[in-house]
Write a protein that binds this ligand. Structure first.
Ligand code: ARG
Length: 469
């Protein structure tokens, strides 16, 4: 520790201490490596706080002006990478305040009137989280838009729909892609909710009990874009459920992205052969020249695990923590910053991959017809045309599928009518005509079903909703 910084560190809170913190204490205690990411929020908070202190007469207008120009200078320095962050000053709050006082003298020392690092850190962090949520929502809307655009050109593309990863029924690829758009819409709602629940400004709660100064908390809250001040100072400084909720929301959203990522991995495999990633979203192998690996998609699957565990970690940190502030809470930031940064990479990568992925329509169409994927259509025809109870129709079609399998018939629509009629006399050519994958997809006209008409209507709905994105 340099002599000068030693003094700085001591000056901030060291009035009653005879020695400096041990090196190990300093190492475990310092958070500047992490919380410098919220320097802008710290400065915004200080600008609003000093404005309010001047307005309420707690500090003079001259002091406020000195504080403001000092903070502007610091902003400039940080933006240009010229600010020397010091570990001895523990965290972003002390780093900025110490520099301010060094630069402007006496007025800098008045900035901390009526506030404490406890409300300061909770407020900076909440502000950062709110801004991160807003940006995440915008990014997810971009991803929705990308998926809707791809869905639009793939409305008529037929692929197998799966359950248990076994061929189930043919679907439109557009329908499959729009499923993710719906999932993302709920993800966005969860993020909006987290934003709303982080709507109370903590600044002015002070250490934990409030402050004797005649402060105007409404004013501070308004200037910082919050809905208003929190009504309980202890809740304000001691709570981090806003971050927990944000982490829960992005954990769920990333799990949704990981499912699409997994499908990219499957679809681009030689065995599926449904899609090909563009060169700029594929990686090669150092030994196998033929390889095109979907690394980004694989990493999204793994990032979903990391983000979920960051959520778990904060959940455990908060569990059984007595009110109000404890230093355990300092760990909240690396977990939250890291999770958001990872998630942003996941969104950008998904957008990048999905914008340029090539779908191999012929392979999809062929695969859709495998595994007697239209068997349900025959059962439905028997029910509709002959009023046969569905269970019974299911049984009849089971026998048809068995015959097809035993006789190596690829698709049910290729099975001779005669063979069908041997199993059930009532089956006729009309029924067989309905057993192509196209006819199957076209028949699913129920609301939310995969018929291209429905899919196109949903594409239109989403295009209108996302028109301004
Ligand atoms: N760096 C601290 C944190 O992130 C700031 C609050 C410190 N408060 C305290 N009472 N020591 O939590």
């Amino acid at each position: 520790m340099s002599k000068e910084n030693e003094k700085k560190g001591q000056k901030m809170w060291g009035g009653r201490f005879a020695t400096l913190p041990s090196d190990a204490l300093q190492a475990i205690n310092a958070s500047i490596g992490i919380d410098q990411k919220m320097w802008r929020e710290d400065i915004d908070g200080s600008l609003a706080h000093s404005n309010m202190l001047a307005k309420t007469g707690v500090i003079s207008n001259e002091d406020r002006d000195a504080i403001h120009s000092g903070l502007k200078k610091i902003t400039h320095k940080i933006e240009n990478n010229e600010f020397d962050f010091s570990v001895e000053l523990e965290d972003i709050h002390l780093n900025i305040e110490a520099r301010l006082t060094e630069d402007i003298g006496e007025a800098g020392k008045r900035l901390h009137t009526g506030r404490s690092r406890n409300d300061q850190v909770a407020n900076d962090f909440k502000l950062w989280t709110r801004r991160a949520l807003t940006s995440t929502i915008e990014q997810l809307r971009m991803l929705q838009k990308t998926l809707v655009n791809r869905a639009e050109t793939e409305v008529q593309t037929i692929m197998p729909g799966f359950t248990h990863l076994q061929t189930a029924q043919p679907v439109s690829l557009g329908h499959h892609l729009l499923a993710y758009v719906e999932m993302l819409a709920r993800d966005i709602k969860r993020l909006e909710n987290a934003h709303e629940n982080a709507g109370e400004c903590v600044l002015g709660s002070s250490a934990l009990a409030g402050t004797p100064y005649p402060i105007d908390r409404e004013m501070t809250a308004k200037e910082l874009g919050f809905n208003g001040p929190n009504a309980n100072s202890m809740d304000g400084v001691g709570s981090r459920d806003f971050a927990l909720e944000a982490l829960a929301a992005i954990s769920i959203a990333c799990v949704n992205l990981s499912r699409l990522a997994d499908e990219i991995v499957l679809w681009t495999s030689a065995q599926f052969g449904f899609a090909r990633l563009s060169d700029d979203w594929s990686t090669g192998s150092s030994i196998m020249p033929q390889k095109r690996n979907p690394d980004a998609a694989e990493l999204i699957r793994a990032k979903a695990a990391r983000i979920g565990s960051n959520y778990q970690a904060l959940l455990m940190i908060l569990k059984a923590l007595p009110l109000t502030y404890s230093k355990d809470l300092q760990e909240d930031k690396s977990l939250t910053f890291g999770a958001f940064e990872d998630f942003w990479l996941c969104i950008t990568s998904t957008i990048g991959m999905m914008e340029k992925i090539t779908f191999k329509r012929d392979n999809m169409r062929k695969a859709a017809a495998l595994g007697y994927s239209t068997a349900t259509d025959l059962a439905d025809w028997l029910v509709r045309t002959h009023q046969i109870p569905f269970r019974e129709a299911h049984h009849i079609v089971g026998a048809v599928v068995k015959y097809a399998e035993d006789n190596n018939i690829g698709e049910l629509c290729d099975m001779p009518l005669q063979a069908m009629q041997q199993i059930d006399k009532r089956i006729n050519q009309d029924a067989i005509n309905l057993l192509s994958v196209e006819a199957s997809v076209n028949s699913r006209v129920s609301y939310g079903g995969t018929t291209p008409k429905n899919v196109l209507a949903q594409v239109q709905k989403w295009k209108e909703k996302l028109a301004n994105v």
